[in-house]
Design a protein around this ligand. Structure first.
Ligand SMILES: Cc1ncc(COP(=O)(O)O)c(C=O)c1O
Length: 278
């Protein structure tokens, strides 16, 4: 059956869900997006994603054409149409809309659309033994926001495939920031450390921090020098599409994996996410 797409107010077959060739997202890379997980039809932490979407939209002066409640209902519809059971992957995209003179954004022309598909599971050994990560010198433009500029991430895909790495860690001025599509954590002497700026405040990151604090674990949100990451007791990455993935190495440096704190957080996260309702 043909996948269904929700586009500016209606659910339509993929082949009919089109965006204009003068859209600013295509002409100038001007747009924002969110990636969410759904568990048995229910989007995970929708409100958090909506708030972050709103902050990204405001930064680009994009108008949100629909209200939060309407989009939650639309999202449930698109998940029901494409992947009602088990784990699904949702993308919510807001484009700049048809450009004036090829470059000017006109408020009110934005296009909002939603995609959902069954999640293709990541390799089990990543979760059981830990995944490999590589490093890459980079810092995203507007790193606190989720714009559609993923040029560095797309260019890194062949290298990830070649090295068998799950992620590339962006490093800037000697500090580890985040990965192409995940946040980064290190554990040293039972303290959980995660970068505080120069990165996206991931929803999975925030939930992981909530669960860690609720369990009485020590947490530090601060600068994370790469040298400290490489000598950590444990390391892991988090994202909506992968949850928590332990890291077994960064470039050629092995990291003990998965360590007890990572395992503990993986179990807490799975329990929390499985029963989640908005
Ligand atoms: C650059 C970047 N950092 C971090 C994340 C993780 O964020 P979240 O947990 O909200 O998926 C993502 C997710 O796609 C991302 O693209």
């Amino acid at each position: 059956m043909e996948p269904m797409v929700w586009l500016n107010g209606s659910l339509k077959p993929l082949s009919e869900a089109t965006i204009g060739v003068y859209d600013l997202s295509l002409l100038r890379g001007y747009g924002i997006y969110e990636g969410l997980a759904a568990h048995d039809g229910e989007p995970f932490r929708f409100h958090d994603h909506w708030q972050r979407f709103g902050r990204s939209a405001a930064t680009l002066d994009l108008a949100l054409p629909y209200a939060e409640g309407e989009v939650l209902l639309a999202m449930r519809d698109v998940v029901r149409a494409n992947a009602p059971h088990g784990r699904a992957t949702i993308r919510m995209i807001l484009t700049g809309g048809t450009a004036e003179g090829g470059i000017v954004h006109v408020r009110g022309r934005e296009v909002l659309y939603l995609l959902a598909e069954p999640m293709a599971p990541y390799p089990a050994p990543w979760y059981e033994q830990g995944a490999r990560a590589i490093t890459h010198e980079h810092r995203r433009v507007l790193p606190e926001f989720k714009t559609i500029d993923y040029i560095a991430a797309v260019r890194l895909q062949p290298k990830l495939r070649e090295t068998g790495a799950a992620e590339a860690i962006y490093v800037s001025e000697g500090c580890a920031l985040e990965c192409t599509g995940s946040n980064l954590f290190a554990v040293k002497d039972e303290v959980i450390i995660t970068p505080a700026e120069g990165m996206l405040h991931g929803i999975t990151r925030n939930v992981t921090l909530e669960l860690a604090r609720a369990a009485g674990m020590k947490v530090e949100e601060r600068t994370l020098p790469l040298s400290e990451l490489l000598s950590s007791d444990e390391a892991f990455i988090t994202s909506s599409f992968k949850d928590i993935v332990p890291l077994a190495s960064v470039d050629d440096t092995p990291i003990p994996s998965p360590g007890p704190i990572t395992r503990n957080l993986m179990a807490r996260f799975a329990q929390y996410a499985n029963g989640f309702r908005n």
